[in-house]
Design a protein around this ligand. Structure first.
Ligand SMILES: [Zn+2]
Length: 404
């Protein structure tokens, strides 16, 4: 009990991190007049404050649009987008309204921007429709599979990846590797998820709490709350322990619990798929393959992957088969503005790594090679989207030996 004061102080420091501060923000329904007043103040105020509260501006713009107040909605979208141009969903809404309002040139300019940058298929299609209806011809990136190449890898869409991203990926892979990259016509059903992100998050949270409390405080709390030796190995007991620590707080216990519950809700919806399952399924399905030109199969998905006890995997591969995901390369995942070209480049780096493993070529140790092991998205971004000379030599040797 003597350490309680200290413990509370340590805990407060731990919980009041940025992630939890944002989690506390609960969205309430705001009456229109109040929202209008707030937005008016934001529009008059400085840009930093407007940017911080940009959701309110767009929320009101959406409401005006739904009520048919087009002119007001256009004004607000334009005002909001001046400080948050990366919001492509609102750029597209604005483009559609501008079309109605006979500002075709402005609408087309917005739609072009959305078409170029969007990572989400729905947004790309909306922008393309607007452009085509305005008589603008868009030349989509071409993908021409090299069917005559004697060395090929087949790419298999798994789940619901954006096929524009997949095709750009295939084209660039083919150009860099100098082998045929052919795309399976059949998309593979991804099936049920293998786990949610909750156990990973709970484990991280519990470890962070333990570390922040320090050994003495932690052990005192365990004894005081009546947990035994191995009890805290079980996830449900860890959760119970965390909540009971919250209850020991004089203030904010309710808010902390609500914030953590919200986080658990998010992690319950973050589904993950086991790479090993796909590797074994691909092995079973393609081991009878009689096509000598197809040297391996690489599945690509938009869903998040993991393997064993890892938090996540960008991909996994064995000779003859592999699986990779671009889930963690998207703007949505990294809380960055969407940028399809960047998404394809990141996917390409992972693809070069996975495809060479599929051909049985071991990893090199050049940190700038596309195949260098990336521990994070930052490390991935630092790599070149090309093979180092060692990998290129090994690939050339492979191609020479397997031409027939
Ligand atoms: Zn290399």
């Amino acid at each position: 009990m003597a350490n309680r004061g200290l413990m509370v102080a340590i805990l407060c420091a731990f919980f009041l991190t940025a992630a939890f501060q944002t989690a506390f923000a609960v969205k309430d329904e705001v009456p229109l007049s109040t929202l209008e007043e707030e937005v008016l103040a934001l529009l008059k105020g400085d840009e930093i404050v407007r940017r911080r509260n940009i959701d309110k501006v767009f929320e009101l713009a959406d409401l005006y649009r739904q009520k048919g107040n087009t002119l007001r909605a256009i004004e607000l979208y334009e005002a909001g987008l001046t400080v948050n141009a990366a919001n492509l969903k609102r750029q597209m809404e604005l483009a559609l309204l501008l079309m109605k309002y006979k500002r075709k040139d402005d609408a087309v300019a917005k739609a072009k921007l959305v078409y170029e940058l969007a990572e989400e298929e729905l947004l790309i299609n909306d922008s393309l429709n607007l452009l085509q209806n305005s008589g603008i011809i868009i030349k989509e990136n071409e993908y021409i599979p090299d069917l005559n190449n004697p060395v090929k890898i087949m790419i298999i869409p798994l789940g619901t990846p954006n096929m524009r991203v997949v095709k750009s990926f295939c084209q660039q892979m083919q150009e860099i590797m100098g082998i045929g990259i052919i795309l399976s016509e059949k998309t593979r059903d991804i099936g049920q998820h293998d786990r949610t992100f909750t156990p990973v998050f709970l484990n991280d949270y519990f470890s962070g709490l333990k570390e922040n409390m320090g050994k003495t405080n932690f052990e005192a709390a365990v004894a005081e709350l009546g947990f035994k030796d191995k009890d805290l190995d079980l996830p449900e007991n860890r959760k119970d322990f965390i909540y009971r620590i919250f209850e020991g707080q004089t203030n904010d216990a309710k808010e902390m619990k609500a914030a953590l519950d919200k986080k658990f809700e998010e992690t319950d919806n973050h589904l993950q798929y086991n790479t090993m399952r796909f590797l074994s399924e691909l092995h079973d399905e393609y081991r009878g393959n009689k096509r000598a030109d197809i040297k391996g199969y690489l599945a690509i998905t938009n869903e998040d992957l993991y393997e064993g006890k890892s938090r996540f995997r960008f991909g996994g591969a064995l000779p003859g088969r592999g699986v990779m995901s671009y889930h963690r390369f998207t703007g949505a995942f990294n809380q960055e503005p969407q940028n399809r070209k960047r998404l394809v480049t990141r996917t390409l780096k992972q693809g070069l790594s996975s495809a060479n493993f599929v051909l049985g070529i071991l990893r090199c140790s050049n940190p700038y090679c596309a195949r260098a092991y990336p521990h994070s998205i930052l490390e991935l971004d630092q790599k070149q989207a090309e093979l180092c000379s060692e990998c290129q030599d090994n690939l050339n040797k492979y191609i020479r030996a397997n031409k027939k």
